[in-house]
Design a protein around this ligand. Structure first.
Ligand code: GUN
Length: 293
C-alpha cells in the first residue's frame, strides 16, 4: 500500500496562520517582532536557508534582516556583531547560521548569544530548560517534526521511535523531547549513530523512524516496518545534469522504495524543512511576547 504523504507545506501554512494572529496582537501593542540571521561566508545551502527564513518572516509580519559577513571573518569581529545584536532592542531574536567557517568556534559563538534572543534554542541555558521540560524556546527542527506528527494524529505515546543521528541540532534534542512525559512525548526512543552495531535490527522495530544523518539513500525499504511513519530530515544535494541548477535535493530516505512500505512519509522537499522555518518564526514571536512581560 502507498504511504500517506505528510504535507509539510499544508501544516506549515496552518501553523503560520495561527502565528500571524499572535503577531497581530503584538502589533496592537506597537510591537513588531524582529528576527536577524547572521550568515558568515558564501555556503550556497546556508544562503538559501537564510533567504527562505527571511521570506517566511516577512509573510507574517515579522521584521527580518540578514548580516552577511565574509568567509574570513575573525572571531573578534563575529563577537562584536553578536554583542551589537544582544544590545539592539529592535532584534527580539537572532540566529547564527551553521556551519561556520573553521576559524570560528561554534561553542564560543553560541555561548555569547543572549539566551532570551536565542531563537535557535542552541544556547546551553535553553537546551537545559528544554531538557528539564520547561522550555523557553523549542529547537526548530525537532519542534517542527513534533508538529507534523501532531497534525497527522500520529501517536507518540508508547510508540517505539528510532532516530538515526545524534546531532546537537536534531537527533539529541528530538530524542529528549519525544521521551518526555508530554502529550507529544511518552515514546520509547532509540538513537542510532556511527557506533551502533546493527541499525536494521533497530529500524525494523520502529513505529516512527526519523532519519537525520545527511546522507542520501540511508533508509531503504527493507529497513522499515510495514505501516511505520518515516520522517526524513535529510537535505542532500545530488548532481543531476538534467536539472536547471545541475543538482537536485533529496532526503536521507529512498522515497520511491520506502513509500511502498511505510504508512506515512515526509517528502523532501516539502516536508520537515518548511516546519523548521515555521518553528523559528514561532520562537521569534515568543521572544517578542516574553520581552513585553
Ligand atoms: N544549519 C542547519 N540547520 C540550522 C538551524 O536550524 N539553525 C542554524 N542557525 N543553522 C543551521
Amino acid at each position: 500500500m502507498e504511504a500517506i504523504i505528510i504535507d509539510g507545506k499544508k501544516v506549515a501554512d496552518e501553523f503560520r496562520a495561527r502565528l500571524a494572529e499572535r503577531v497581530e496582537k503584538l502589533a496592537q501593542r506597537g510591537v513588531i517582532p524582529g528576527l536577524t540571521a547572521v550568515l558568515v561566508g558564501d555556503d550556497p545551502a546556508s544562503a538559501s536557508y537564510v533567504r527562505s527564513k527571511k521570506k517566511a518572516a516577512a509573510e507574517i509580519g515579522i521584521n527580518s534582516s540578514v548580516v552577511e559577513l565574509p568567509a574570513g571573518t575573525p572571531q573578534s569581529e563575529l563577537d562584536s556583531i553578536i554583542d551589537g545584536l544582544n544590545a539592539d532592542d529592535r532584534v527580539h531574536g537572532y540566529i547564527v547560521q551553521l556551519p561556520l567557517p573553521k576559524q570560528l568556534n561554534v561553542e564560543k559563538t553560541i555561548q555569547r548569544i543572549l539566551p532570551v534572543k536565542d531563537v535557535d534554542c542552541f544556547h546551553p541555558e535553553n537546551v537545559g530548560l528544554m531538557t528539564l521540560g520547561r522550555p523557553r524556546f523549542l529547537p526548530a527542527t525537532p519542534g517542527g517534526i513534533i508538529e507534523l506528527l501532531r497534525a497527522y494524529n500520529i501517536q507518540t505515546s508508547g510508540a517505539e521511535v528510532v532516530i538515526l543521528g545524534r546531532s546537537d541540532i536534531v537527533g539529541r534534542p528530538l530524542s529528549i523531547m519525544l521521551a518526555q512525559k508530554a502529550v507529544m512525548g511518552n515514546a520509547t526512543v532509540t538513537v542510532c549513530h556511527t557506533r551502533t552495531r546493527d541499525w536494521v535490527r533497530h529500524t525494523r522495530n520502529a513505529d516512527i523512524l526519523i532519519s537525520a544523518v545527511g546522507r542520501a539513500n540511508t533508509v531503504t525499504a527493507e529497513m522499515v516496518k510495514p505501516g511505520a511513519t518515516v520522517i526524513d530530515v535529510g537535505m542532500n544535494r545530488i548532481d543531476d545534469p538534467s536539472a536547471k541548477k545541475g543538482y537536485r535535493l533529496v532526503g536521507d530516505v529512498d522515497f520511491a522504495g520506502v513509500s511502498q512500505v511505510a504508512g506515512a512519509i515526509t517528502p523532501v522537499p516539502g516536508g520537515v524543512g518548511l516546519m523548521t522555518v515555521a518553528m523559528l518564526l514561532a520562537n521569534t514571536v515568543t521572544a517578542a511576547e516574553l520581552r513585553g512581560q
